[in-house]
Design a protein around this ligand. Sequence first.
Ligand code: CA
Length: 448
Amino acid sequence: MTAAGDRTHDPALRSWVASANAPDTDFPIQNLPFGVFRRLGAGARPSVGVAIGDRIVDLAAVVGRGLVSGDALLPCQACEDDSLNELMALGPAPARAVRLALSDLLREGGAGEAHAAEILVAMRDAELFVPARVGGYTDFYASVFHATNVGSMFRPDNPLLPNYKYIPIGYHGRASSLVASCAAVRRPWGQSRAGDAGPPTFAPSRRLDYELEVGLFVGAGNALGEPIPVGRAEEHVFGLCLVNDWSARDVQPWEYQPLGPFLAKNFATTVSPWVVTLDALAPFRAPAFARPPGDPPPLPYLAGAPERAGIAITLEAWLCSARMRDAGAAPMLVSRGNFTDMYWTIAQLVAHHASNGCNLQPGDLLASGTVSGPTKESRGCLLERTWKGTEPLTLPTGETRAFLEDGDEVVLRGYCERPGAARIGFGECRGTIAPAIPASRPESMNYR
Ligand code: CA
């Protein structure tokens, strides 16, 4: 057992699912992230599952075979659904009971092995979905490095606005355009202006970008009018995932004043399929970001968060162009950063969001904002990585990239590793850019 955890974190624990014991798997028995899948083929419905190695445990089948009892029975029954919302609503203790029960079923010698054929589905035989019905989606701006870099491009004299170190900046995003990993992302049309003067044009975005972010799914909600104290905020967090907040950089500067991001952001946001619970992340807790001397302390309602309020997650963005795929080239690593570089903790984001009495609901998604660190290699979007396009990347094919081209695939990855703990990962958050809808194609108007 590790200092930070219980028997589910024991790095020596092995599973009878052989692929879960591979040293580089994202889904060893110490992880057990939740998601929603559907068996490929006619007639199958979406269903709640847990990732183990290259397999998915079908929780409805686990309940159906009578493999859980006691504290785990009710929350496992909540998983007989097509989303995680019901389980999320129950709060942290029931989800912990499911985790303990599954750890015992899946460990070497566990009772699940005799039912392997009924309770396991190969990931390659399944489609994965956005794991919750998301009622509200909020995107924050929690990296001071990202905020400073972007600010210095658009406001060289005044890169970081005076509110930044006091208030977690965020905006309400659009839940309807959250898409699952692997869904194509169509290049949006939008208004932009070539320079600082003259009228705008309406055209397909020429500065399409990704943003590497961590998403937080709300578990138990709070009643309207009742804030969440920062010291209890993590009790309202079900778990974390990866988010790609696709962004049209030419649309953004023209439309964002004075009310903030709008159509530059809401045409698609990709969400990774597996939700890694805070229980699974317990061995990887870290001190919160150390504010440099001279920075103001957080106001009292955002202060006093847990001592290890940070989480050490390595985050990577990979790029593969259509020509690279055709040539059989491997994707190229564009950036690698860490979630501990965020100025605001997840507890502070949740507490701030509810501080005015705003009610968070089970399945709501709060994204961190682009995760960028202090180095060039840790900048989590192309806008920063290519410095507004002035320092393009060179791909293995000799192509260059300032922003994304049609056919480019972006893969986000996240993982946690440290001596004395089993490595766990988030899987992938993957999306490929599809060409913009052509002008004057009336048959493309879909009403649904
Ligand atoms: Ca964002």
